[in-house]
Design a protein around this ligand. Structure first.
Ligand SMILES: [Zn+2]
Length: 119
């Protein structure tokens, strides 16, 4: 995991006029995450099914635990919570939802993407 080292406080998103949320040494604008998640919501069910089919039993359990919590938290269905997770990682890594899916397909793992409390 690499990213911006934050020395002067969190970066600012001019488009959403809000400060970034900081994850370890990386940061992301939650407004930008929400936007990308909404744009990709329609693909959520398909991408989640695909991911569930390639994960190990251990990773699958972690993903399901995460989605259950996230769904309660956000009041949204699990496929949306999944694309929101993908969007968060995509923006943290300067890539797209498709880019993160390629990584999941290649590694057959989701451990690097889930928040550290779930891995
Ligand atoms: Zn933003």
């Amino acid at each position: 995991m690499q990213g911006i080292v934050l020395k002067e406080g969190a970066p600012w998103c001019n488009r959403h006029s809000m400060g970034h949320k900081v994850f370890d040494n990386r940061s992301v604008c939650i407004g930008c995450v929400e936007e990308m998640a909404e744009e990709n919501e329609i693909r959520g069910h398909k991408l989640l099914e695909e991911t569930r089919n390639i994960l190990s039993v251990a990773d699958l359990k972690k993903l399901n635990d995460y989605l259950q919590m996230s769904s309660l938290d956000l009041g949204r269905r699990q496929p949306f919570c999944f694309v929101r997770l993908l969007a968060t990682e995509a923006l943290l890594s300067n890539t797209s939802v498709g880019g993160i899916m390629r990584k999941i397909r290649k590694e057959r793992s989701i451990s690097e993407i889930l928040p550290s409390t779930f891995v």
